[in-house]
Design a binder for this molecule. Sequence first.
Ligand code: ZN
Length: 153
Amino acid sequence: MFDDLRDLYQEVILDHGRKPRNFRRLEEADLSARGDNPMCGDRMELFLNMEGDRIADAAFQGRGCAISMASASLMTETVKGKTAEEARWLAAHFRELAMTGSCPDCGGRMEDEMDRLQALSGVYEFPSRVKCATLAWHTLNTALDGGKEASSE
Ligand code: ZN
């Protein structure tokens, strides 16, 4: 198991897992939601500040495996400045990337962002870790919907 996972732990995951970006609480967050992946024990709380329909700031706190923390770190970096629609689009296509290892439906939209998220695409080979990678994005969708609790589905 450990040897297999090593391929997955690319530098980006290790870097973001050790030093998560945007790892803080937004005290006056416009939107927030908790995410829980009991399969692995990953838990997080996501905070969003909105300016109209645009995500002005995104931050999270939580604890979990390196993949869940790295994914949340990358997610908050990626959605900052995006509209809610763009963020939902990224969530849907990140999910496809995590489940299949590629995203033929992305069609070149937000290419730079999808390239960056590619760092986590290796999880598709490890079905039990897919939920670790997608938890942050489920939590994002839940927060954008005005919900409070996201499960790893
Ligand atoms: Zn995990």
